[in-house]
Design a protein around this ligand. Sequence first.
Ligand SMILES: Nc1nc2c(c(=O)[nH]1)N[C@H]1C(S)=C(S)[C@@H](COP(=O)(O)O)O[C@H]1N2
Ligand SMILES: [Mo]
Length: 198
Amino acid sequence: MGIVSPGFTGRRRSGSDLPPGQYLTRDFPVLSAGPTPHILPEHWEFTVTTETGEISRWDWNAFLQLPAEDVTRDLHCVTRWSKLGTTWKGVSLDTLLADVETAADFAMAHSYGGYTTNLPLEDLLDGQAWVAYEYDGEPLVPEHGGPARLLVPHLYLWKSAKWVRGLVLSDTNDLGFWESVGYHEYGDPWKEQRYAGD
Ligand SMILES: Nc1nc2c(c(=O)[nH]1)N[C@H]1C(S)=C(S)[C@@H](COP(=O)(O)O)O[C@H]1N2
Ligand SMILES: [Mo]
């Protein structure tokens, strides 16, 4: 036909959307290392603790009053499934960290239930990470991390801590739950950084 519909704004889907070693899935698998914590929003809070011990705190109401963004991103799980074009609503870490004074290079995400995962602080900034509380237009269900989870889609999905309760900033790159048992400390899916040494 040779005519491109002017209304067509979708990304062209091709092999280049899929990092090496990944396959496409349409459903949304649930991967949790332990039982699903059921956190009532009124009991939820998110804290950022700096390397000097300063704490910033948002309860659910304060969190919902922060400006939120709609984001569409591809997800890549280290167990090799990828899901393209997932839609979320959440608060950018740029917003949450805007007034936090820190010189730290690293962050440890902590979850209700005890899960942890480590990231360089710079990977949480510049529009790369959110605390997400809606998925596909609905409140985030507990199985996928509700009331709210970290979303860091440029890294393997184990970095996107479900039931997130806070970040602890640090000068040292301490290892989180999966990282301490052999998963890669960074986890770039495009470099296939699945395990330590990859
Ligand atoms: N708190 C917590 N967050 C977690 C996990 C977990 O076990 N506990 N699993 C991680 C892993 S390994 C993956 S692949 C994704 C899975 O997210 P999903 O269950 O929403 O697909 O959550 C990540 N975040
Ligand atoms: Mo995973």
